[in-house]
Design a protein around this ligand. Sequence first.
Ligand SMILES: *Cc1c(COP(=O)(O)O)cnc(C)c1O
Length: 423
Amino acid sequence: MTYKTGLDFAVLQDREDPLSHYRSKFHIPKHSDGTDTIYFCGNSLGLQPKSTQSYIDQELKDWAELGVEGHVHGTNPWLSYHELLTDNMAQIVGAKPIEVVVMNTLTTNLHLMMVSFYKPTKTRYKILIEADAFPSDKYAVESQLRHHGYDDKEGLLLWHSRVGEELARYEDLENIIKNHGHEIALVMIGGVNYYTGQFFDLNRITTLGHDHGCIVGFDCAHGAGNVKLNLHQSGADFAIWCTYKYLNSGPGSLSGVFVHERHAYDNKLNRFTGWWSHNKETRFKMRDDFDLLPGAEGWQLSNPPILSMAAIKASLDMFGEAGMDNLITKSRKLTGYFEFLLNELKNDNIKIITPSQPGERGCQLSIQVKNANKNLHQKLTEAGIISDWREPDVIRCAPVPLYNSFKDVYTMVERLKIILNAQ
Ligand SMILES: *Cc1c(COP(=O)(O)O)cnc(C)c1O
């Protein structure tokens, strides 16, 4: 696609964008001057669909009118409410319905997955993560190492990017696995790195790990709803993600879990269980011996928070309607346009650290600004641009295909130019 500078190009792209009407289905936070902000923080907290309110109201109404009977006689009976999310969620992450469930929150699910899939032995107990993993993931794996009696420094292997480089290289991962594969119990990588926006080749990493006898899992918090994950086809053992970033389901909302079909009927796999992992048919007899549900559902513990699930349903119904393929087509155009305009600034002080290949990134661009400090981020915010600042010198911006426009991208770069020139 050829891009052009100038506002008229952005206006034309918006006019021809088959998804442009979705923007009006979201609440866009306002700038202090009353105009819409340029919201580029969907990678951190996605915006609220206007439909969310009515989805939650429906459940409040059923609760008010039916009380406990809502479990069975509600408009969307609560006992099976999570099942209403499964098909859309499976589509979004490229999985089979039996491989997917929505439950708990992200870091909790990472621990539950490690209960089952981190199976250290005397000689094979190490965990490999990327050096720049999201802090919660690092803390979680370190605590698992300690929980099993290992030293969390000695037991943790880090996939570093090279000195002077931002992106991690596969050759380096291959070297670590070649040299240490026999000691590694678990490879746990962020599917899309939260800092650089680098989208890893899940298939390649899984194959590499499996060839050396390691279990492979991914944290797809920055991937779900953003890139084509193809989790089933990747062959990964498990994956987890949250629904409040690209999946627009509200602060602290529940997490999605993928467990590969090959583990669906393995009831020897160690796991923590509760009444929601028990056979649905006999769950309420309350007397039976434990009878495990097959698939990802067999990792559920509790009856879930329906109000949060209603918000997830509102969002996933919209994703189902818009279609992941259409969203990705727009996303690539939108982010490509963003990259083009930033490069057109020809400003040596800014550098995009996110990969330039569309297949190796989602919508986020991480922009490194030489000699910048948080002041720059403050100025952007004052100019009505909601972005995200990561120490020491990176602004993360995510133009989200569901609600951001080409004009948003144009305006952002115009304002950035003014701010950079004034510095
Ligand atoms: C956002 C994010 C988290 C946050 O974890 P919560 O348990 O939802 O608070 C963890 N890991 C990654 C990679 C993330 O991007």
